[in-house]
Ligand binder design. Structure first.
Ligand SMILES: [Fe+2]
Length: 340
C-alpha cells in the first residue's frame, strides 16, 4: 500500500479506500482498478493524493478506526442536518445520537487504537471529513482523560457538530488566505450560531462545545474570550482536536503539516493557548507515523507504514507484500527520518 500524489498513480494500481460523496453515497469502491478515466474524475473532485494498493490482493486497511458503513451513515446524517439548519427545521437528534453511537463503538472497539490515517480531504468534502475526524480524535482524547461512556458520547456529539453554525456562512469554504475582514467577522459568529442550533435538541454540554471550541487558555480566543479555568475540559478537547485536524489538512494550509510537526506546534503553544494536559492526551491518541508515511531506517532502507497502533508499527518494503518489519512504538531508534 502507498499514499501517493495523483501524478504518481498508474493504471496498474487499485484504490485502497472507498470514495464517498458528501451525502454519504459511495462514488468509487475500495479495490477498484484506477483507470485513467477514474483518475481524471478523482482529479476533478480535487483529490491530490490517494491511498493505493500496488497489487489486487493487498489487504492493509487505511480507513481509520471508523468503518465505511458508519462513515457513510455519519456523512449522510451531517448532510441532512446542514440542510435542516438552512431550512430552519429542528435537527433529528435521535438519528444523530444513533449514528454517533456507531462511531463511538467503532472507535472504542480496539484498545490499541490510534488516529492513524493521513486524511484525504478536498475543498468540497472538507466540512464532512473534518467533522468526523475531529469526532474520532476527540473520542480517543476523552478516553485518555478517563471520561466515562456517557461523557464520551457527549464529547463525540459536540465534536461532530462543532461547526454546524457554519451552515449559513458561504465564506466558510474559502481558504484562510482568501478571507476578507467581513468574512472573518462572519466566521467568528459560527460558534454562537452552533450553540443556538444545538441547544434545543442536545444537552448543554454538547451545545457548549460548539460555543467554546475557539476559546483559548489565555483569553485570546472567541466568541467570549474565556480563560482556561472557565473553559470545561470537554470543550478544550474539541478545540485541540479541531486545531490539530486543521493543521494537518491541505484545505486550510497550502502545506499541511505532518502529525509530529502539528503536535510540536500545539505543545509550543501550551500552556498559553492550549491546556498541556489535554495536548498530552492528543499526543497519546494520534500516530506519529500514520499509515502511508514512508520512513528511512538507520541502515538506509525505506519502508511504508502499513499499520500503526499504540503498541506497534508495521513497515512494509515498497512493492513487496510479504517483507514486513514490526517495531514497538516505545522504541523508534531504528527510524532515522520520515521521507514522505
Ligand atoms: Fe469552528
Amino acid at each position: 500500500m502507498r499514499y501517493l500524489p495523483l501524478s504518481k498513480i498508474t493504471e496498474k494500481m487499485f484504490l485502497a479506500h472507498s470514495v464517498f460523496g458528501n451525502d454519504g453515497r459511495v462514488l468509487l469502491k475500495k479495490g477498484t482498478r484506477l483507470t485513467s478515466s477514474y483518475l481524471s474524475r478523482l482529479e476533478k473532485m480535487d483529490f491530490s493524493d490517494l491511498y493505493v494498493y500496488e497489487a489486487p490482493d493487498e489487504t492493509w486497511d487505511c480507513t481509520g478506526p471508523v468503518s465505511d458503513r458508519i462513515r457513510a451513515e455519519a456523512m449522510q446524517v451531517l448532510w441532512q442536518s446542514l440542510i435542516r439548519v438552512v431550512e430552519r427545521k429542528p435537527l433529528n437528534d435521535q438519528q444523530m445520537s444513533f449514528v454517533i453511537e456507531g462511531v463511538l463503538k467503532d472507535v472504542l472497539r480496539n484498545e490499541d487504537c490510534l488516529y492513524d490515517i493521513i486524511d484525504l480531504k478536498t475543498a468540497d468534502n472538507y466540512l464532512y471529513n473534518h467533522s468526523l475526524n475531529v469526532c474520532v480524535i476527540s473520542i480517543l482524547m476523552g478516553k485518555e482523560l478517563d471520561f466515562d461512556r456517557d461523557g464520551l458520547k457527549e464529547i463525540a456529539l459536540g465534536a461532530f457538530l462543532h461547526d454546524l453554525g457554519k451552515a449559513y456562512i458561504k465564506s466558510a469554504v474559502k481558504k484562510l488566505q482568501e478571507l476578507s475582514l467581513l468574512d472573518t467577522v462572519q466566521i467568528k459568529q459560527h460558534a454562537k450560531r452552533g450553540f443556538d442550533i444545538l441547544r434545543p435538541n442536545f444537552s448543554s454540554r454538547v451545545a457548549q462545545i460548539a460555543y467554546q471550541h475557539h476559546e483559548r487558555e489565555d483569553g485570546s480566543g472567541y466568541p467570549l474570550g474565556l480563560i482556561g479555568i472557565d473553559i470545561p475540559v470537554y470543550s478544550k478537547i474539541v478545540a485541540i482536536a479541531d486545531s490539530f485536524d486543521a493543521m494537518v489538512s491541505r484545505r486550510v494550509y497550502e502545506n499541511p503539516q505532518w502529525n509530529e510537526q502539528a503536535l510540536e506546534e500545539l505543545e509550543q503553544e501550551s500552556p498559553t493557548k492550549y491546556d498541556p494536559t489535554v495536548v498530552a492526551a492528543l499526543r497519546r491518541s494520534v500516530a506519529l507515523f500514520p499509515i502511508g508515511s514512508v520512513v528511512q531506517l538507520t541502515d538506509g532502507e525505506q519502508r511504508v507504514v502499513v499499520a500503526a497502533t499504540k503498541t506497534r508499527l508495521i513497515l512494509q518494503k515498497t512493492g513487496q507484500l510479504s517483507d514486513l518489519l514490526e517495531l514497538p512504538t516505545d522504541d523508534f531508534t531504528r527510524i532515522e527520518k520520515r521521507v514522505l
